[in-house]
Design a protein around this ligand. Sequence first.
Ligand code: 5GP
Length: 184
Amino acid sequence: MDEDVKEILITEDEIKARIKELGILISEDYKEKFPLLICILRGAFLFLADLVKETKIPLSIDFMAISTYAGKTESSGEVKILKDLDTSIEGRHVLIIEDIVDTGLTMDSVTRLLKTRKPKSLKICTLLDKVERRRIKVNIDYFGFKIPNKFVVGYGLDYEEKYRNLPYIGVLKEEIYKEGSINI
Ligand code: 5GP
């Protein structure tokens, strides 16, 4: 275990097993729909990669990078697009692949934006769901794990761009946080 990690919340094997189940579910639900999976960068990159390997249907993928304005400006709920999609989503069955839904502000904002582009359907698949922290209702169609209100890293999720390469989801030690930089 990484020395900055206090506890492992979800092991590599647990992640693998759950993603297998999600792959089966998504393959059934999107059979003959040629869905477009939109990976929200950067946190969801590993999740997307492992998830698509567990699907058995034709699909396409695209990427979107956004800044979430964590901290002070979080309450505005507006996201800034750092990298937009290359694909038109009009008439497509779109599935957003996200790492974690926390307050819900990011997913609310992203879905509002994407709906204006007229997809045929728009659903959300998140690896982690921090239910207790929700400030705005978000319809989550697929989730990997519901987790408690703890700041987690690993399997794509970072703290100051570190820890994305850990193969598990772990709780970061409090002493690693810089004062005030995490709003938890
Ligand atoms: P929301 O808008 O739902 O509050 O926040 C979503 C974003 O906040 C996520 O995409 C992620 O970047 C970040 N976030 C929220 N909770 C955590 C956490 O426990 N760990 C990490 N690494 N990022 C988090």
